[in-house]
Design a protein around this ligand. Structure first.
Ligand code: AR6
Length: 167
């Protein structure tokens, strides 16, 4: 597996699957989630609604992942995962690592060979970028997966620099 860092917007990635930093409602939100639904169109939300009817009536649990169509995005699938909200008092790094592992497990089920990840939990969910980058890189390096092309798409220069230093 080749790991690369890409500056920019994840919705422009031509890959088999893009990973969405969603919330457990699966009903959209701000940040990456907002951008993916905006650019991908209503088909994605439609499939998310069906997933909420069953099997995720109570929402997608933190650390898990599920796939939908990518709608109009230049990808085949969106893999939605729910990152943990950062906490100073509780170690939630296992849940953050699980987002990467579970997303790759779903990617393997789909037969995806190229996958683009955002820096999960580092926006609205408040995770410090350096710690998040360490956990993300460790998780994907340890994963047993068929994915050959794994990209971290970093929205701003500071995030890119942090991932670059860690890589
Ligand atoms: N492409 C790549 N990275 C992006 C993009 C983009 N288009 N837009 C933002 N980022 P966030 P979270 C970066 O907040 O912290 C949503 O409302 C951003 O700079 O999207 O996991 C959901 O619905 C940051 O580094 O996700 C949830 O409620 C990183 O992506 C909640 O936010 C993640 O920021 C999830 O919070």
């Amino acid at each position: 597996m080749e790991i690369t860092l890409v500056p920019g917007d994840i919705t422009e990635q031509q890959v088999d699957a893009v990973v969405n930093a969603a919330n457990s409602s699966l009903m959209g939100g701000g940040g990456v989630d907002g951008a993916i639904h905006r650019r991908g169109g209503p088909e994605i939300l439609e499939e998310c609604r069906k997933l909420r009817a069953s099997p995720f009536g109570k929402g997608l649990p933190t650390g898990q992942a599920v796939a939908t169509t990518a709608g109009r995005l230049p990808a085949r699938w969106v893999i939605h995962t729910v990152g943990p909200v950062y906490s100073r008092s509780e170690d939630r790094s296992g849940l953050l690592a699980s987002c990467y592992r579970e997303s790759l497990r779903v990617a393997d089920e789909l037969g995806a060979r190229s996958v683009a990840f955002p820096a999960i939990s580092t926006g609205a969910y408040g995770w410090p970028m350096d710690d998040a980058a360490r956990i993300a890189l460790e998780a994907v390096r340890q994963a047993h997966t068929q994915v050959e092309d794994l990209r971290f798409v970093l929205f701003d220069a500071a995030a890119y620099a942090v991932f670059e230093a860690r890589l």
